[in-house]
Write a protein that binds this ligand. Structure first.
Ligand SMILES: [Fe+2]
Length: 389
């Protein structure tokens, strides 16, 4: 019997495009219909009328199980509804939708995003039968983020097909239907082929960058620099001539976005275990090109550093390093004493909710019960000068 086994979910949001993905139980042709909808003051689906005008329809006739259809020519920052269909050779047909989607906002328009990680890394120890992951996804959804970042270790074993449903696409089903997401590679993904099969990130995919509103996001693959054979030390490749290093230099040089956020799995700064100090080799680069925020994971705790520059606290323009160890909590992974760089830390399952405007980044850390337990703001004046509160 033909069924939809994953998704639909959203990838690669830009101001003009969106990619819709889903998986079917057997090979089938795929189709996406996109509907326009107007805002009204009352009625169905919150303040939007039900879909009523077909904007575009994309069909992929070649039978596939993992479907990846790109919608183009869309309007920026606009809400649409989409519906997917799949049909196998026997004429069996399944569908899902309509579900809302929103294209990326252009520069100058505020937006928000959520961040979590470790949905699988922790679940390897999880005795709550997935409750934490379900709670985290549900709570994140309540904030209606424009996009979501996942900082790696989505699954326990990236090579195990079932893990992708158990730890990520299953508990995230509703959230991912309307929230485009980006992820970086963690050690638990282990560069497995399923990561590439289920995601649709910009080239070269294991590291990449994208713009959303006033933020330029750069995703790195820290597991390439710190291979498991040499962990926690680098393979000595964090230097010019290394393809990812050169990409990072070119990328940070090329973009003059109001904010620069860089995310990767291994934390260069964390007071708990699993700090990977070798990654501090890229910090001078991040400082030179005006990165504002670095988000990491791997240590299954929450931690926020003081603003740091040149290996010291610098309240006048340093970079804040966040560890969003996300959907887990390993209290014993927080050491009894804080390091000099630590501002706040707590071992609870959590996510970040971040609002980005042209003058402010507002960051909130929220636990699985919805309780706010840390928040801070970075303000930036027209002269680029930053203040933290
Ligand atoms: Fe990890």
């Amino acid at each position: 019997m033909l069924t939809i086994v994953k998704g639909p979910y959203l990838q690669r949001p830009t101001t003009e495009t969106m990619t819709i993905m889903w998986e079917t139980s057997e090979p089938a042709a795929g189709q996406v219909d996109l509907w326009a909808s107007e805002r009204i003051h009352s009625g169905h689906r919150g303040n939007y009328k039900p879909p009523e005008r077909l904007v575009s329809s994309v069909r992929h006739a070649e039978p596939a199980t993992i479907h990846r259809l790109a919608l183009r020519g869309l309007e920026p920052g606009t809400l649409y509804f989409y519906q997917i269909y799949a049909e196998n050779a026997a004429g069996e047909r399944v569908q899902s939708g309509p579900h809302p989607l929103k294209t990326a906002v252009p520069r100058g328009v505020p937006f928000s995003f959520t961040v979590t990680s470790e949905t699988g890394g922790y679940s390897g120890f999880d005795v709550t039968d997935g409750r934490i992951n379900r709670n985290i996804f549900r709570r994140m959804g309540q904030y209606r983020p424009d996009i979501a970042l996942f900082v790696g270790d989505l699954v326990n074993d990236g090579h195990r097909y079932e893990d992708w449903e158990t730890y990520f696409f299953g508990p995230g089903k509703e959230f991912l239907r309307s929230t485009p997401f980006y992820s970086c590679l963690g050690n638990h993904e282990d560069h497995a082929e399923w990561y590439d099969a289920f995601m649709d990130f910009p080239s070269p995919r294991s590291y990449y960058s994208f713009d959303y509103g006033d933020v330029h996001f750069t995703c790195l693959d820290s597991t390439e620099w710190i291979p498991s054979a040499s962990y926690p030390h680098s393979a000595g490749e964090i230097r010019p001539g290394n393809a990812q290093f050169d990409f990072l230099v070119r990328d940070l040089e090329a973009y003059d976005a109001r904010w620069k956020v860089v995310f990767f799995h291994y934390p260069p700064y964390v007071s708990g275990g699993y700090q990977v100090e070798d990654l501090r080799q890229i910090c001078p680069l991040l400082e030179r090109y005006g990165v504002d925020l670095v988000i990491n994971s791997h240590t299954i705790v929450y931690e926020r550093s003081h603003p740091l520059r040149s290996g010291q606290v610098d309240e006048e323009g340093g970079i804040v390093y966040l560890v969003a160890g996300g959907a887990g909590a390993m209290p014993e992974w927080l050491l009894p004493k804080r390091e000099w760089h630590t501002s706040q830390s707590l071992a609870v399952p959590h996510f970040l909710q971040v609002t980005a405007t042209s003058s402010r980044l507002e960051i909130r850390a929220i636990d699985e019960e919805g309780r706010l337990f840390d928040s801070f703001r970075i303000r930036k004046g027209n002269d680029g000068k930053k203040t933290y509160d």
